[in-house]
Design a binder for this molecule. Structure first.
Ligand SMILES: NC(=O)C1=CN([C@@H]2O[C@H](COP(=O)(O)OP(=O)(O)OC[C@H]3O[C@@H](n4cnc5c(N)ncnc54)[C@H](O)[C@@H]3O)[C@@H](O)[C@H]2O)C=CC1
Ligand SMILES: O=C(O)C1=NCCCC1
Length: 318
């Protein structure tokens, strides 16, 4: 490889060299979420393009961003193909280009699946920190990639007494539960979503469900929900009653205006961005049911890619 050629970092390389560690990732994502919500030039992040391919049930997103504080300029191209599960491939596949911000030259090309997996869970952890009201029981609806990263990341941050897993295919809930138990966590698989979320303090929805899997009447007052899943229709996992009663925050209002249009058209209010709470410009009402409606932000990918690049250069002494 020529000296000035971009680095190519695969998901396997990122995993085996531990290039993306929660201890560094979570504060970086918190800073990025805060910066997005400041009226400043700290973050440049245009609305992402989202191209649907209905005949193949797939979506391709293009997500550029610049973070001044992190000196990170990047663009992620990411696809969502729910049918990949039957083909032994991840549903979410991505590639991130990291640029030298001063010249625009590509410094690294990275697989984006590890990045998407962990930065999404890190964003939910930050939202949970600012919106939750208790950390005894974590309930996760879904048992795929995001369910696993959320179980590990939220437990890393809050140390839950119990982690409950539900999936529409029970054997998959059992499989994730066994993996969590092997890692020393106290996990239980549930056949019923209602039983799974009963009295839970923090709930995660991370599925491709196109109709509600979580109902407002099942949830205890003060519970916090990280609504992560459902592809391009980001608001199909929770029922209307829940959206109508909860205090809802998102990651970026700029994307919410288009990607959550279905919710806004129902007259549902989004209180603001999680960054507003971090910055102290809005205050959380933790005694109410709160929802973090996660869309996913390009700046999260940019700061994650920069962390990986810096860590790789450090360990390889480049
Ligand atoms: N907000 C964000 O930043 C991000 C959101 N996502 C979204 O998170 C969700 C999960 O993604 P991954 O874990 O990577 O996918 P995955 O394919 O690994 O897991 C999907 C889970 O959904 C379940 N599922 C599929 N169809 C379902 C249905 N009709 N009803 C109930 N459950 C169903 C599967 O059994 C599996 O447990 C997707 O909707 C994806 O688009 C993914 C990455 C980032
Ligand atoms: O932010 C992302 O990355 C994604 N968001 C929605 C689903 C596909 C990946």
């Amino acid at each position: 490889m020529a000296d000035n050629a971009p680095l190519y970092l695969t998901d396997e390389c990122i995993r085996s060299n531990k290039l993306l560690q929660l201890a560094k990732l979570i504060p970086a994502i918190q800073n990025a979420m805060a910066s997005v919500s400041k009226n400043s030039d700290e973050v440049i992040q245009p609305p992402r393009t989202l191209m649907q391919i209905p005949s193949l049930s797939g979506v391709l997103l293009s997500m550029p961003a610049f973070s001044k504080n992190d000196d990170a300029l990047a663009c992620k191209l990411v696809t969502a193909y729910p049918g990949n599960a039957d083909k032994g491939l991840p549903s979410i596949l991505g590639t991130v280009l990291l640029f030298d911000p001063t010249t625009g030259k590509v410094s690294a090309i990275m697989d984006g699946t590890e990045i998407t997996t962990w930065r999404t869970a890190a964003a939910s952890a930050v939202a949970t920190k600012y919106l939750h009201n208790g950390t005894a029981v974590l309930a996760i609806l879904g048992s795929g990639t995001q369910a696993q990263s959320h179980a590990e990341t939220l437990d890393y941050c809050f140390g839950f007494q119990q982690i409950r897993i539900w999936n529409h295919r029970f054997e998959k809930a059992q499989k994730l539960t066994e993996e969590l138990i092997e890692k020393g966590k106290s996990a239980i698989a549930y056949q019923s979503a209602e039983e799974c979320v009963k009295n839970a303090d923090v709930i995660v929805t991370a599925t491709f469900a196109s109709s509600p899997i979580l109902r407002g009447k099942w949830i205890k007052p003060g519970a916090h929900i990280n609504a992560v899943g459902a592809g391009i229709n980001h608001h199909s996992e929770l029922d209307a009653e829940l959206y109508q009663t909860a205090h809802i925050y998102t990651d970026t209002m700029a994307s919410a205006k288009t990607e959550l249009k279905g919710l806004l058209d129902l007259g549902i209010t989004i209180q603001g961005e999680v960054g507003d709470i971090i910055n102290g410009t809005k205050s959380a009402e933790r005694e109410r049911i709160t929802v973090f409606q996660s869309l996913g932000m390009a700046v999260e990918d940019a700061v994650s890619a920069k962390l990986i690049y810096d860590e790789y250069k450090k360990i390889k002494k480049l």
